[in-house]
Design a protein around this ligand. Structure first.
Ligand code: DAH
Length: 339
């Protein structure tokens, strides 16, 4: 075998390089391979040194071949390096990102607004008395339901006490949940024993009044429903709500849609009477309007302001706090208290 043939045989080191490259798993191993092949005393430089023993023609040809092989090797080498680089930097990132000594991040879990919460609380008490809760109620209303059908015709002075947001000459934002009395009576599914919580609207805005506030309306129409039933319901509701026997008084009052109307006051811790709700026996006009036989059926109704109840419950004196959505304020009301 002449010199050039022997030299040619030795040029299959590309395949050997590829096999060795395949087995490599770390950048450290790759570096060793680089030195072995591309280093100063590496395989390629040794081959190049040996070119000098060939004649000029072979030297030129084999020189080109070695250069081509070197380029291919370099490409394979770079590809492998990129893969390993990525692998190792991923590993590093994962290790850097996860600081297992850090305390876990707490999730900010929202909670029920105190008004919603108090409404649920009120509902649960009335449910225990056998009332149904009506949650679908009308906030945009015709004057018929909000006023006329409740014995408050256009020229009735009671209309002025409830400063109303009107859309047009007929439609308005309801000023009281009593509108739902009419919707329910109209269905004539007797007996009725319901409460209806919901928002009401009036043109009022100071620290004890808000243009939006909440009421809970109650209505019972049944055979023989009477005033002492009403007193029982109110007394026991207040006792359950405040979780103690409250000093309360029924003070004679006036509402257009009830006869024998009263307001209910409770004695506060500061020793003064505070009005919490209005109630009375359903006005016979209303029963007549919907052809309900007054000889058989009678009814009572009541309505309370939710914000007033919650202010009393917690001793809060600025109503506007409920609508500011100040997290610090809202966080004080722990849901678990009501259940
Ligand atoms: N709707 C009355 C108001 O907003 C409250 C009220 C009083 C409701 C007496 C009633 C009732 O059902 O019988 O001031």
């Amino acid at each position: 075998m002449n010199k050039s043939n022997k030299f040619f045989d030795e040029l299959n080191f590309l395949n050997i390089f590829k096999l060795e490259l395949e087995k490599i798993n770390t950048l450290k191993e790759l570096n060793l391979l680089r030195v072995k092949y591309f280093g100063k005393k590496g395989i390629i430089s040794k081959k190049i040194t040996r070119l000098q023993y060939l004649d000029l023609h072979d030297r030129k040809n084999f020189g080109k071949i070695i250069n081509n092989i070197k380029c291919s090797m370099y490409i394979f080498f770079q590809q492998k390096k990129e893969i390993l680089d990525k692998k190792e930097s991923n590993k590093k990132e994962i290790l850097q990102d996860i600081d297992i000594s850090l305390p876990g991040r707490r999730k900010n879990i929202g909670s029920m607004h105190p008004i919603t919460n108090i409404i649920y609380y009120i509902e649960s008490i009335f449910r225990s008395f056998g009332f149904c809760v009506i949650n679908k109620s009308f906030e945009i209303e015709n004057q018929y339901y909000n006023f006329d059908a409740l014995n408050i015709p256009v020229y009735h002075p009671a209309r002025n006490t409830q400063d109303t947001f009107w859309f047009d000459s007929d439609r308005l934002l309801r000023t009281q949940t009593s509108n739902m009395q009419i919707h329910e009576i109209k269905k004539k599914h007797l007996p009725i024993q319901i409460i209806v919580p919901g928002k009401v609207y009036r043109k009022d805005n100071d620290y004890t009044h808000s243009p939006i506030f909440h009421q809970v309306e109650g209505l019972v129409i049944d055979k023989g429903a009477n005033f002492s039933n009403l007193i029982w319901v109110i007394k026991n509701f207040l006792k359950c709500f405040f979780n103690k026997s409250m000093k309360i008084r029924f003070r004679s009052s006036y509402f257009p849609f009830t006869v024998l109307s009263t307001e209910v006051d409770i004695m506060t811790d500061q020793d003064h009477w505070l009005e919490v709700l209005g109630c009375g026996m359903v006005h016979p006009n209303i029963l007549d309007r919907f052809d309900i036989d007054k000889k058989i059926y009678s009814g009572f109704a009541f309505g309370m302001g939710v914000e007033r109840m919650i202010m009393l419950y917690y001793g809060i004196n600025d109503l506007r706090l409920f609508f500011k959505n100040d997290i610090k304020f809202l966080k004080q009301f722990d849901r678990s208290r009501y259940y």
